[in-house]
Design a protein around this ligand. Structure first.
Ligand code: GLU
Length: 303
């Protein structure tokens, strides 16, 4: 297939909705990002790359970093990671507190904020310098150190009342070991990682390639772990819209409130689309439509 012309056609088709939706205004630094932007890129496991639109414009990856956190968590702890984190869709907004009360501080999955905070706690226990662990992973995936946006990190720290509530609440059940400020600090740092569509499409190649990074041949996670990360992306990766994504896209996806959506086509490629305007479920309006159009044009889906 001619990936380049497919991506260009998808970019042209989504153009009317680019600028629609709302930016994530609960994080002031994200609220300032211009909405009239759209990028899309893919990288195949065989080394082909294609891109269209603002495919190299940097953005805050936000919750897409939860996939990196989960990867590091599985590398460090293996199945013991699941002692404190579930694997079920939450059916609640990504920053919801209510379920935690009923379920005694065990978050439903690692892709809601509560779950990512628990993963951050486990990483703090497992690594002397967990930021370095993220950086080392970034080097293995992209061949370069990760960029962090200090302003976004600060902005989240000063406006993250809900995340602070979640972390304190979970700790009250004894499910967080480390100091709350350290857990929140690591979480905000990972959310502030900056990348672009072309970078993320390359970075997550290991998830399309049985756990091995296609460009380097380096094993990042086991084949089984890669399969499980993909399963969780499919069932829990797109907030409260995961059912709709499975229905309309049928690929493991992870979205972030910075407007990115990463999609894995197992055995084939990783695709990343980005546009800052979000719908009411927190998913990028244009990136979401781009995923649907890409799948209907190519027929690439796990179903
Ligand atoms: N840093 C964001 C928050 O904690 C991440 C949310 C997201 O991208 O889902 O609210």
């Amino acid at each position: 297939m001619n990936w380049q012309s497919i991506l260009q056609a998808v970019a042209a088709d989504v153009a009317p909705v680019v600028g629609g939706g709302r930016v994530a205004n609960y994080i002031p630094a994200l609220a300032r990002v211009p909405m009239q932007q759209f990028g899309i890129a893919l990288a195949t496991v065989d080394g082909e790359q294609a891109a269209a639109g603002d495919s190299h414009t940097p953005f805050s990856i936000q919750s897409v970093s939860k996939v990196l956190g989960l990867t590091l968590g599985l590398q460090a702890l293996g199945p013991a990671l699941w002692d404190r984190i579930g694997r079920e869709p939450s059916g609640n907004p990504f920053n919801s507190l209510v379920q935690l009360e009923r379920e005694e501080g065990k978050p439903r999955n690692p892709f809601i904020n509560a779950g990512a905070l628990c993963v951050a706690d486990r990483l703090l226990s497992a690594h002397e310098d967990p930021t370095k662990a993220f950086n080392d992973l970034g080097c293995s995936l992209l061949g370069e150190v990760l960029a962090f946006d200090a302003e976004v990190e600060r902005s989240e720290r000063t406006s993250g009342f809900r995340n602070a509530a979640l972390a304190n609440f979970i700790k009250s059940f004894g499910q967080i070991d480390n100091d709350i400020d350290a857990v929140l600090g690591l979480y905000y740092r990972q959310c502030s990682i900056v990348s672009h569509c072309a970078g993320l499409a390359r970075a997550f190649g290991y998830l399309a390639n049985g756990g091995v990074q296609p460009e380097t041949g380096q094993r990042i996670v086991s084949r089984e772990q890669a399969r499980r990360i993909n399963s969780l992306m499919l069932t829990c990766g797109t907030y409260d819209a995961a059912g709709e994504f499975a229905f309309k896209v049928g690929l493991p996806c992870k979205s972030g409130v910075g407007g990115a959506i990463v999609a894995v086509v197992p055995g084939r490629m990783v695709l990343c689309a980005w546009s800052p305007g979000l719908d009411e479920t927190g998913n990028s309006v244009a990136a979401r439509l781009a995923m649907e159009l890409f799948v209907s044009r190519t027929g690439l889906s796990v179903f």
